[in-house]
Design a protein around this ligand. Sequence first.
Ligand SMILES: Cc1ncc(COP(=O)(O)O)c(C=O)c1O
Length: 385
Amino acid sequence: MAIHPDPALIAPVPFNRATVVGSERRYLLEALANEDFGGTGPFARRCEALLEKHIGVPRALLTTSCTHALEMCALLLDLGPGDEVIMPSFTYVGCANAIALRQARPVFADIRADSFTLDPAGIEPLITARTKAIMLVHYAGISPDVEAIAALAKRRGLVLIEDNAHGAFARQGGRQLGTFGGLATLSFHATKNITCGEGGALLVNDPALIGRAEIIRDGGTDRSRFRRGEVGFYAWQELGSSYTIGDLLAAALLAQLESRDEITARRRTLWERYAQDLQHWAAAAGVALPYVPAGADQPYHVFYLVMPTREARTEFIAQLHDDGVHCASHYVPLHQSAPARRLMLRSQCELTEDVAARIVRLPLYTNMTEAEQSRVIESVLAARL
Ligand SMILES: Cc1ncc(COP(=O)(O)O)c(C=O)c1O
């Protein structure tokens, strides 16, 4: 008689599966029944109210992506030719595009070797008369220096933009990430803890920017005010684009936002099992596990390993791939990219280059089963370094 192995033991383990909590269906059907699922609809407003209340920001605006929320930041700050924004090279390309699309210059600063977030000591020497903002990326939703960088920005008269794509509802020192800067962004992309496939948000902490943010998101018009009955018609007011998210996506998102605590709890269990089961192996193999500073209330978004060498990482990813376990590296340094060379955005980011060459992320998704995680752990422990 043929023996059929348990399919869970042989099926490949993907790097990511989008979070599904179940209650999305009810809200999606409700949104369809509303027959009103364009941008800035009833579900989008409910999502925004939830973000405003639970993150503690004066205004949250849902957007089509975090990338677009970053583009809105660039428009809100009136970035133009000659302006500079200090940002990490170890980040997503959308951060640099947002600045460069306005003909302003991303100025790349290096990261800390442990948290992979901007090193405050590296920022100050890069500030010039042309610097308008600092864009801080909370890598993995962890940001040990956010307070220090916010204080530096304030002292030097610069706007702080917090790119919190990874860390919705995470805190540092008891305070929500996304509340330190004048502006902050979130991502609800399919790889994020809370998702509607493609989506994001702009958090506006500076009350003086709220009116313009609404205009920029709505095609550069005052349509939001028109919808609220504050003006009789709407017209072109300034540069903007169509950054509003449709209400079907907002309906799915609301279900997940309401389940944020369950999502975090599930991911925490997975994250802590990796940390526990891999600690001895990592110490023996010279592999670094994720750094979590004091005061971090983290979102359990990423579980990464920092391998001893670039070659060890390549070999490790290949071995796990052959085992059906899909791991992923992360950002390719932006300062080494072709556009950065073309725009002559030179910089010294040695730690960025080193980390980018050695980091690998293990599969981690909200609905990951215990059997799937066991497969990953067994593959890691069996890998020949
Ligand atoms: C740090 C960071 N910022 C921005 C983004 C862009 O997010 P979105 O896909 O929602 O545009 C990402 C994407 O993963 C990211 O990692």
